[in-house]
Design a binder for this molecule. Sequence first.
Ligand SMILES: [Zn+2]
Length: 79
Amino acid sequence: MTYRFWCGECGFKTPWGPESEAERGHMDHYATRHPGLRLGGQVETAAKAPAGEGTSCAGCATVAVLGLLLLIIVSACGR
Ligand SMILES: [Zn+2]
């Protein structure tokens, strides 16, 4: 599960990440951009960050799957 927080005061959205990380980014944003205001906005959750968004390595999962496939092929051919 990945999370991102939407600012209630402006169009800011934190990068996708673990809940604690997204929450910290949200609080940091409020502290720097909206000091004195109570935290607002909303949280968005997703099973995983959409490709091309956030700080997570979108290509890592693909690389891991390809590596696994290669291992299976190599072990199958080695027999
Ligand atoms: Zn804001």
